[in-house]
Design a binder for this molecule. Structure first.
Ligand code: ARG
Ligand code: MN
Ligand code: MN
Length: 324
C-alpha cells in the first residue's frame, strides 16, 4: 500500500524525481540555531517518508551544507546590510545547487536555514525553468512578513528581510560579491508574485507593495474570505499554466503551533490553514520547487518539536501526501 499522490505534474518530465538541498545557514539574521532546522526535519524522518510513503525518487547528497568555506575574511556592513558578502556567496552557491536539480526536470525541495536562502532557490529555479521551458515562474510566498525590504528601507539590516527585493530587481547592486551575480534570467516579475499570511509588514515594504501592485493576501483577507476563497484568488491570479515555486516561512503559522522561529508573530495561520495552502498548490500539478525555512529548534525549546512537526507536515502536504 502506498499513499503516493495521483497528481499529474505539468512541468516535470521525471514525474517522481525530487532533488533535496539542505541549507544549514543562519547568516541572514542574528539568531543562532536556524542552521539546525534541516537536521531536525531530516532526523524526524522527512526524507524517508518522501521516498517510502510518497514514492519519490530522491536525489540528496546526504549533507546539510554549512558553506563554512565561503566565510569571507572581512565582511563589513554595506548599504546597511549585515554580512553582505557571506549571504551573497552562500545564496549564489544555493542558486547553483537548485539550478542543477531544476534543469534536470526534478522537483526541488530546499530545507532552511533562514529566508535569505530564497535568493538562491528562486533565482536557481527561475533560470532553470527559463532555459528548460522558456517560461517565467510564479512564486507563492507564505509568510508573516513580506521580506521585500531594500537595503535602504530595512530597519534591521538583516538580509532575510530582503530576498524578494533582490529577486524582483527592486534592489540591485553592481558589486559581484554583493548580489551582483544575480542577473536578469535569475529574476522574478512582481506580477508573478503572490503573498499569503502577511501580518507584520514594515512601512517601507507597504509602500513597495502598493506602488508595484503586488498581489498580497494578509491575515485580514483570510479572516474576511476564508482560506478556501483566498487560495482560489491566489491561484487564479497566477493562472493554471504557470510553474509555481512555493516559498514557505514557518513563521506564517501561528506561534501556537510553530513557536520555534526567529521572528514569531501572533495571529497567524492555523496548522490546518498552512497545510491547506500546500494541498491547494499540490492539486494544481504546477509545483516545481518548495522551500521550508526559519525552523529554529533552539528557540522556544519546549515548542521545538511542534515546530519541526509543522514544517514536515507542510512539506508533505505540498508534495501531495494528504490528497486522495
Ligand atoms: N524571513 C523573516 N523571518 N523575515 C523577518 C523580517 C523582519 C523585518 N521585516 C526585517 O526586515 O528585518
Ligand atoms: Mn517571516
Ligand atoms: Mn520570511
Amino acid at each position: 500500500m502506498t499513499s503516493a499522490p495521483q497528481i499529474q505534474p505539468k512541468f516535470l518530465p521525471g514525474r517522481h524525481d525530487l532533488g533535496v538541498v539542505a541549507v544549514g545557514f543562519s547568516g541572514g539574521q542574528p539568531k543562532g540555531g536556524v542552521e539546525a532546522g534541516p537536521v531536525a526535519m531530516i532526523e524526524s524522518g522527512l526524507i524517508t517518508q518522501l521516498e517510502e510513503d510518497l514514492d519519490f525518487n530522491v536525489t540528496y547528497d546526504g549533507e546539510v551544507h554549512s558553506y563554512s568555506d565561503l566565510v569571507p575574511a572581512d565582511d563589513p556592513d554595506y548599504r546597511g546590510m549585515k554580512k553582505p558578502k557571506l549571504v551573497s556567496a552562500v545564496t549564489r552557491q544555493v542558486s547553483e545547487q537548485v539550478y542543477r536539480h531544476a534543469k534536470e526536470g526534478k522537483l526541488v525541495l530546499t530545507l532552511g536555514g533562514d529566508h535569505s536562502i530564497a535568493m538562491g532557490t528562486i533565482s536557481g529555479t527561475a533560470k532553470a525553468i527559463r532555459e528548460r521551458l522558456g517560461r517565467e515562474i510564479a512564486v507563492i510566498w507564505v509568510d508573516a512578513h513580506a521580506d521585500i525590504n531594500t537595503p535602504e528601507t530595512s530597519d534591521s539590516g538583516n538580509i532575510h528581510g530582503m530576498p524578494v527585493a533582490f529577486l524582483t530587481g527592486l534592489a540591485t547592486d553592481k558589486r559581484e560579491d554583493v548580489f551582483g551575480w544575480m542577473k536578469e534570467d535569475h529574476r522574478l516579475s512582481t506580477k508573478k508574485l503572490v503573498y499569503i499570511g502577511l501580518r507584520d509588514i514594515d512601512k517601507g515594504e507597504k509602500k513597495i507593495l502598493r506602488e508595484h501592485g503586488i498581489k498580497a493576501f494578509s491575515m485580514h483577507d483570510i479572516d474576511r474570505h476564508g482560506i478556501g476563497k483566498v487560495m482560489d484568488m491566489a491561484l487564479g491570479w497566477i493562472g493554471s499554466d504557470t510553474p509555481i515555486h512555493l516559498s514557505f516561512d514557518v513563521d506564517a503559522i501561528d506561534p501556537m503551533w510553530a513557536p520555534s522561529t526567529g521572528t514569531p508573530v501572533r495571529g497567524g495561520l492555523t496548522l490546518r490553514e498552512g497545510d491547506f495552502i500546500c494541498e491547494c498548490v499540490a492539486e494544481t500539478g504546477s509545483l516545481i520547487a518548495l522551500d521550508l525555512v526559519e525552523v529554529n529548534p533552539s528557540l522556544d525549546a519546549q515548542g521545538a518539536n511542534d515546530t519541526v512537526r509543522a514544517g514536515c507536515s507542510i512539506v508533505r502536504c505540498a508534495l501531495g501526501d494528504t490528497l486522495l
